[in-house]
Design a protein around this ligand. Structure first.
Ligand code: NAD
Ligand code: WQD
Length: 340
């Protein structure tokens, strides 16, 4: 049984991926510093899977700790690297926090494991900015980043591409996620935003449950069919499964080069107003929303061309917007009754 290190494994996408790795027969070891997640996730993962996953509380910025961890865990064959700071707005306020955390963590892992590894990296559709052509393919040009956070993803991709070019034993797949949303079907794990959510779906669920006031739709004057902005929302469980496929591709050495990039989305665009309508339809809850100005830094529309991941990763998104909204709502109700 191959042993896989999941960094950031108690976080939102990491926790869902731990379950998919377990289902696929992998042994999992989680490293997280709990800076943006809760130790109780381990109990939740146990409730779902019946397993207590090995957990090491460690800050990946700590070079010596990572070095020692790598020496003690020579049997790890693959790393899925989720651990990073991810709030776009905060990254503008505190750029060095983002550059330090996202780069130190990545570099410490690569150096400590001596560039011998199957490595799956969490990248983002943010690298495309507003693409010239839609759906956007992996070969579209990377646009100047709108935020230090986005810049960390672009530069991390470069670090990985350049490092693999001179290390035949390092094989990397960077997954460019579109907009991950939703929660596990058990409603025992989901997204746990810190403070007021900046992202649309957690704001919607928190507004519906009475934790927040009305939703502001950031702009209804875009050149889109209903005037609101369009994104490619992807269910977090589908996204988690893509990581297992990526790992398998690396293990089977199917790629002709040792650095590859894949879009992970549904390939379909959905507007903010369509999201609101879908949430209301699926949950029966009426949302209170108002139209506000556009949000600085937002693109008008982006959705991914997923042909490459469908064909080469043998992965396809299966869950639709309704299931994304239903599961996000079930999770919001669960966490209200069972706060961490
Ligand atoms: P998350 O914050 O829920 O999970 C990240 C986890 O990493 C957290 O548990 C946090 O405690 C941990 N962590 C952060 N810095 C660490 C460090 N130095 N050492 C150890 N642990 C550390 O975020 P998420 O939404 O699950 O995102 C996972 C990855 O996917 C991130 O790299 C993020 O940038 C990327 N991503 C997320 C989205 C999104 O919208 N959620 C979209 C595209 C890409
Ligand atoms: C979605 C749509 C908003 C909140 C961000 C990061 C990106 C990636 C995913 C990590 C937009 C609109 C939102 C609200 C609204 N993360 N909206 N009212 O901005 O597409 O992407 O998360 O890599 O890098 O930038 O996601 O959920 O914030 O917004 O109208 O209260 O909802 O304008 O059109 P975004 P989001």
């Amino acid at each position: 049984m191959a042993k896989i290190l999941v960094t950031g494994g108690t976080g939102y996408i990491g926790s869902h991926t731990v379950l998919e790795l377990d289902k696929a027969g992998y042994e999992v070891i989680i490293v997280d510093n709990l800076s943006n997640s809760n130790i109780k996730i381990l109990t939740q993962l146990h409730a779902i899977s019946g397993k207590w996953f090995e957990f090491v509380q460690m800050d990946l910025q700590d070079e010596h700790a990572v070095q020692q961890f790598a020496e003690e865990n020579r049997d790890i064959t693959g790393i899925i690297h989720f651990a990073a700071s991810k709030a776009v707005g905060e990254s503008v306020e505190k750029p060095l926090k983002y550059y330090k955390n996202n780069f130190y963590s990545l570099i410490n892992l690569l150096v400590s494991f001596n560039n011998r590894m199957d490595f799956v990296f969490s990248s983002s559709c943010t690298v495309y900015g507003q693409p010239d052509h839609l759906p956007v393919t992996e070969s579209a040009p990377v646009k100047k980043a709108e935020s230090p956070y986005g810049n960390t993803k672009q530069i991390a991709e470069e670090i990985l591409s350049e490092t693999t070019a001179v290390n035949a034993d390092l094989r990397v797949i960077a997954l460019r996620y579109f907009n991950p949303v939703g929660a596990h079907e058990t409603a025992l794990i989901g997204e746990l935003p810190n403070g007021v959510p900046a992202n649309l779906i957690p704001f919607i669920t928190q507004s519906a449950i009475g934790k927040r006031g009305p939703i502001t739709v950031y702009g209804n004057d875009y050149e889109t069919p209903d005037g609101s902005a369009i994104r490619d929302y992807i269910h977090v469980v589908d996204l988690a499964k893509a990581h297992v496929k990526a790992l398998k591709r690396l293990e089977e050495k199917k790629a002709d080069r040792n650095y590859e990039v894949f879009n992970i989305g549904t390939g379909k665009g959905t507007s903010v107003l369509e999201i609101i309508a879908a949430f209301e339809e699926v949950t029966g809850e009426k949302l209170d929303y108002k139209i506000g100005p556009r949000r600085a830094g937002d693109v008008m529309q982006v959705y991914g061309d997923v042909q490459k991941s469908n064909e080469e990763l043998a992965w396809k998104a299966e869950l639709d917007i309704k299931e994304m909204m239903r599961s996000a709502w079930e999770w919001e109700k669960y966490i209200k009754i069972n706060p961490f």
